[in-house]
Design a protein around this ligand. Structure first.
Ligand SMILES: *Cc1c(COP(=O)(O)O)cnc(C)c1O
Length: 232
C-alpha cells in the first residue's frame, strides 16, 4: 500500500517536473509521517524513501529513537512549530528544521546543537499570504532574519519554507507558491553570506504539489498521498 502510494507520488512529481521543464533530480520528496507509527516509516523506508517529516517534537523524537537502527540512513525533518522549551530536543535529534521564524529560536538551536553532529540544516518559514494567525516571518522581514540566522555557528541556512492557505485550485496555488519563489530568489540575489547554502524551497503538499513544482519548489512535503488519511 505505502510502496504503491510512493510510486504513484513519485510518478506524479516526475510528470509535474516534465511539464514545467524541470529536472526530477531537483525536487526532493519529504514523506510526512506525523501520526503514523514506526512501522509505516519502516515500510516507506523499505520502499526507498529516506527523508521523513514530523510536526510534533515529542512524537518525532520517540519515533526517531524507536527507529534507531535506521538512523544513519534516514534524514529527519522538523516541519511543525518549535517552542523555546523544545529547541534542545530538536537540536539533539533532528537533521533539519523547516520552521524557524524567529531569531531567538535559531539562536537556541545553534547553541544546543551537539558538537558531534553536523550543523543543523535550517529553513526560514515565511507567511506569504499574510494569514494573521499563521506562523512564519512576514515576507518583508525575511531577508533580515536570514542574515541573522546565517551568522549562527551551528546552523546551515538552506532556504525558505511556506505553507500557503489550502486551496485545490491550481492557479491560486501557483500564485501563492510563486510569491514564495520570488522571495527565495530575492534573498538569493542578496548574497547573505555567513553559514548559508541557499538552495532549498520547501513548499507543496499532497493537494498542491503540481502547482508547487511548477512554481519552483525543491522539497515537497507529502503526507496523506503516501500514508493515507491520518488517524488524528
Ligand atoms: C501535515 C503537513 C504536511 C503534509 O500534508 P498532506 O496534506 O498530508 O500531504 C506538509 N507540511 C506540513 C507543515 C504539514 O503539517
Amino acid at each position: 500500500m505505502i510502496s504503491h502510494n510512493l510510486q504513484r507520488v513519485i510518478a506524479q512529481i516526475d510528470a509535474a517536473c516534465a511539464s514545467s521543464g524541470r529536472s526530477a533530480t531537483d525536487v526532493a520528496l519529504l514523506a510526512v509521517s506525523k501520526t503514523q507509527g514506526p512501522l509505516a516509516v519502516r515500510e516507506a523506508f523499505a520502499a526507498g524513501q529516506g527523508a521523513f517529516g514530523e510536526n510534533y517534537v515529542q512524537e518525532g523524537v520517540e519515533k526517531i529513537l524507536s527507529l534507531a537502527d535506521l538512523r544513519a540512513q534516514v534524514q529527519w525533518h522538523m516541519i511543525g512549530p518549535v517552542q523555546s522549551n523544545k529547541t534542545r530536543q530538536v537540536a539533539e535529534h533532528f537533521d533539519w528544521v523547516h520552521t524557524v521564524d524567529r531569531f531567538k529560536i535559531a539562536q537556541r538551536l545553534s547553541e544546543q546543537r551537539p558538537s558531534h553532529l553536523p550543523p543543523l540544516q535550517v529553513c526560514i518559514q515565511v507567511n506569504v499570504d499574510g494569514g494573521i494567525n499563521k506562523s512564519g516571518v512576514a515576507p518583508q522581514d525575511a531577508l533580515t532574519l536570514a542574515r541573522e540566522v546565517a551568522a549562527l555557528q551551528r546552523i546551515t541556512l538552506r532556504g525558505l519554507m511556506s505553507i500557503p492557505e489550502g486551496t485545490i485550485d491550481f492557479i491560486a496555488a501557483y500564485a501563492r507558491h510563486s510569491s514564495a519563489k520570488a522571495l527565495f530568489d530575492h534573498i538569493k540575489m542578496a548574497q547573505i553570506g555567513g553559514h548559508a547554502q541557499w538552495d532549498t524551497l520547501s513548499m507543496g503538499m499532497s493537494a498542491d504539489l503540481d502547482a508547487a513544482v511548477a512554481a519552483g519548489s525543491t522539497v515537497l512535503r507529502v503526507g496523506t498521498a503516501i500514508f493515507g488519511a491520518r488517524v488524528r
